[in-house]
Design a protein around this ligand. Structure first.
Ligand SMILES: Nc1ncnc2c1ncn2[C@@H]1O[C@H](COP(=O)(O)OP(=O)(O)OP(=O)(O)O)[C@@H](O)[C@H]1O
Ligand SMILES: [Mg+2]
Length: 328
């Protein structure tokens, strides 16, 4: 488990990470999502004790990285796959790392096998493709058989086969009960890889929770309704309440926002209205991501505005009403 509390990092005047609090659970893959420059790598470096927080705190299984007795046996990380001596073979690179951490040599062949590099273990790592380099980096992270694993953009630049391999591998590591924290700016990929998400924008937490909830809360989902008695249905929906945010008319169909499909179905049944179609349309994850991270700038303006006028207006679709989502 990883626990960050009020984690903050300033580089001069740049606020790379801003009062970030989140937890990463064991036995699950947690995606760490944010656009370029959001502060993902900086956060990961602070988890690993490579960067000192300006303020705040982050712990791995309750301990600071620097207090871990055997760091490599507790936490493994892949931050930069190209970090190998180009003329060393894959096996020698891993042996060198193992020796430095008093890890038995036999473990090197185990991890080479785990990542499918046994056949090229004697080849110089400098000649490896990006996919092979990523596998070697993952092998290095696994050397100490750690319970906690961090991967910074592991699928960047990989071909579909490489991406699929990494995805399955992450699932396997989580199924073994490990904590798997993997960063990406590709939401579509994270939707398939991760169960939980920590989403940041401009160093601030935007969302923490499951992938499912993220989509549900972040997208403005609508319901498509077809009925031969649309006029009656429209009147009833309007009379039902203020919650309908969008109604567009398209022949015999209505697109309704702000009301669940079940409620529409029940309303129709109670009033003997025939429905030909009742179709909930969930927005795509990609839309949700752009909506939320793209809003980071807007949130600031909104904040300033509400400070000036002393009142914060609640916008439609704003996730701040959900306790798990913060607008910073
Ligand atoms: N060593 C550093 N010195 C100064 N500024 C830095 C340093 N490292 C990161 N930054 C700045 O901190 C911010 C966050 O950078 P970071 O690399 O953590 O983002 P990221 O989410 O990993 O982005 P990417 O998706 O591009 O990898 C950026 O504005 C970046 O320019
Ligand atoms: Mg980065």
């Amino acid at each position: 488990m990883i626990e960050a509390t009020g984690l903050t990092k300033h580089y001069g005047r740049t606020v790379a990470v801003d009062n970030l609090s989140f937890t990463v659970a064991e036995g699950r893959v947690t995606g760490f999502l944010g656009p370029n420059g959001a502060g993902k790598s900086t956060t990961m470096r602070m988890v690993l004790g490579l960067d000192r927080p300006t303020s705040g705190d982050v712990r791995i299984d309750g301990q600071h990285y620097h207090d871990l007795h055997q760091p490599l046996r507790t936490v493994g990380a892949l931050l930069d796959a190209k970090w190998v001596h180009p003329n060393r073979s894959a096996r020698d690179h891993l042996r060198w790392l193992a020796a430095a951490s008093k890890i038995p040599r036999a473990r090197v062949d185990e991890v080479l096998d785990l990542v499918g590099l046994t056949g090229v273990a004697g080849k110089r790592a400098g000649g490896f493709s990006l996919g092979m380099s990523q596998r070697l980096g993952i092998a290095a992270a696994l050397l100490g058989d750690p319970r906690v694993l961090l991967f910074d953009e592991p699928v960047n630049g990989l071909d579909p086969e490489g991406i699929l391999w990494i995805r399955k591998f992450m699932h396997r590591l989580a199924d073994e009960g490990r904590t798997v924290f993997v960063s990406s700016h590709l939401l579509s990929e994270m939707a398939l890889t991760a169960q939980d998400l920590v989403v940041i924008g401009r160093g601030k937490l935007i969302y923490q929770g499951t992938v499912e909830d993220f989509v549900e809360h972040a997208t403005e989902s609508t319901v498509l309704v077809r009925s031969p008695q649309l006029d009656r249905l429209r009147d009833l929906l309007r009379a039902e309440g203020s919650e309908i945010t969008e109604i567009t008319e398209d022949g015999d169909a209505l697109r309704i926002g702000g009301v669940a499909s079940a409620a529409i179905g029940e309303l129709a049944a109670a009033n003997n209205i025939v429905l030909h179609e009742l179709n909930p349309q969930v927005g795509s994850l990609e839309q949700a991501f752009i909506q939320l991270t793209g809003d980071t700038v807007e949130y600031r303006t909104e904040e300033h505005r509400s400070e000036e006028h002393g009142a914060g207006e609640h916008r439609a679709g704003e996730p701040a009403g959900n306790g798990e989502v913060t607008s910073g």
